[in-house]
Write a protein that binds this ligand. Sequence first.
Ligand SMILES: C[S@@+](CC[C@H](N)C(=O)[O-])C[C@H]1O[C@@H](n2cnc3c(N)ncnc32)[C@H](O)[C@@H]1O
Length: 321
Amino acid sequence: MLAIPEEIRSALFLGAEPHPLLGKWPGIVGWQPLKPLATAWEKAGFTRVDEVAAAKWPLVLVLPGKSRDEALAWFAMARDRLEPGGKLLVAMPNTAGAGRFEKELTKATDTINSLQKHKCRAFHATDDGTWNEEIFAEWRALGKLREISGFTVQAGIFSSDHIDPGSQLLADHLPAHLRGHVADLGAGWGFLSDAVLHRCPNIERLDIYEADSRALACARANLSVHQREITYHWHDVVTGLSETYDAIIMNPPFHTGQATDVDLGRAFLKVATAALKRGGKLLLVANRQLPYEAALEASGLAWRKIAEDRTYKILSADKRA
Ligand SMILES: C[S@@+](CC[C@H](N)C(=O)[O-])C[C@H]1O[C@@H](n2cnc3c(N)ncnc32)[C@H](O)[C@@H]1O
């Protein structure tokens, strides 16, 4: 807030997250592709947009994720929404490479101001008409849809530059007899969904749940080749599902094994267990060291490990009929 002149009372916030100090600003509009954060933003009473309109703002705030290409593409998106003379303000934790990104932005803006506190940096530049538009054009291109192995992806979403080897292992072990009403939880850009639709002709409907709206949009593009019934949900799986399923497939977030990620994975398992019909089947892939067997055991499912390699394991679990 120290970087923001008193007279500015409207802004666009890319990667919006709520903060009490922003409550003083009636004119702040947030864009947030991640559903749990989008919900938090709205619950705090702020205005949210699904798409960033082509309007211009005197101030654009940017709170990017960890992906390099995503952060730079967001700098370009911010630049495109800035009024002449407007201010672009970025905040990042040092662990996400704040220093490196500050240097990058300086390449384009020449002059930059930086504030450092709490292992984070806030850096900002004012559009004085001398910014290097060629650099912004390069960064703009980083945000465009791309292709890997024939699939559409975008910078910043999960596995945007490769097919996840864990998901590949699960795809290789999907049984062909999955049928009826099936869900893919945390479906990303649709790799597993594509595999299950190819493998299982008796799926009547596939429901895709994904928290990242950009990944969901890619999944729509990637799965449109299948002439099957598919529904798409921009949804925080942790909040539960309102339908029940004959089968659920998932590569739960995430592989790092950090405590919070394990909790998120466990929450996915709990929601999946609750959403299985009697006799329903859950198939999941996880890093070998993740303690999901105990969670399956506690949930009363009959489970077994059907495959593993040096890094991943595939667990299959049945809800007793
Ligand atoms: C390990 S990736 C798997 C992606 C995809 N199924 C694949 O196999 O390539 C986990 C996915 O879960 C999504 N995710 C994370 N938290 C979520 C949540 N609370 N609700 C729904 N999806 C979530 C992430 O955006 C990511 O796409």
